[in-house]
Design a protein around this ligand. Sequence first.
Ligand SMILES: [Zn+2]
Length: 293
Amino acid sequence: MRRFLRASAMHAVAGLHLDEVMFRCQRWRASHGAPLVLVVEMHETLCCDAAQLQRQLEWVAERFALISPETFFGLWDRTRTPPSWFKPAVVFTFDDGRASNYTVAAPMLESMGTRGLFFVVPEFVGLTGQKARDFYYSRIDPRGLPPSESAEQWTPMNSDQLADLTRRGHSIGNHTLSHVSLAELPPFDLERQISTSAAKISSWTQKSVEASAWPYSWNAIDREAWGWIRKTHRFCFSPCPGTTNYSKDSPHLIWRTEIEAYYSDALYRFMYSGMVDAAWARRRRRLQAMLRT
Ligand SMILES: [Zn+2]
């Protein structure tokens, strides 16, 4: 039903050119002092979707300023002069740490002059063969789908690749130690899933871990878990769509919009237009109330 509604809305928007109207509004707001950033949440970036992803990135680069995670983190540093973009900005994040992010997404972002933020799961990092496949289908995507024939679907990055991405200017973030829901976990498990996980990533990249993103749905977290993340990370990314205004929004609750590499031209244009933001306003408010931000 949701898919049907989204497809209907998408076609109505495309037919009326409302997405182009939205882009003009966003650009006007950005050039009149509203510092807007759209944070994109992607997952796998498979070889078979590389051409489609390239097309998406080129289309985005014409309408948005592409910024790296380092630039994004620096926006909350009040000692720096805020940048003056004439377009809204986009930063790309990738969840789960698939090897396809290393082979496809990272070089593509570099060729566009930007970098990515990769949220990884330390217990998944470096697994190969059957172990990687079992972990993927039990922890990362437990929807009970028939396993893919292609190992690219479920193969994670290894620790050398994470270190290499860091050297090349990308950032590695924390997506919990074993991809668990952070709602209602006892303190011992919270420490393991958040702090131990960050320490493990840090031991591979030789850098402190600035950002954490919780897995699953927008409300798979509670105030206790959020407190742990805040204590150990400068930034907390949600799986809840919206556009971040860095002059007003907390770095501890960053909105993210899921836009996948395989999305059709019509679907990604619709998602970048920000037309879904309004539909998520109530859930954003509920999340803020739940966490008492
Ligand atoms: Zn995930």
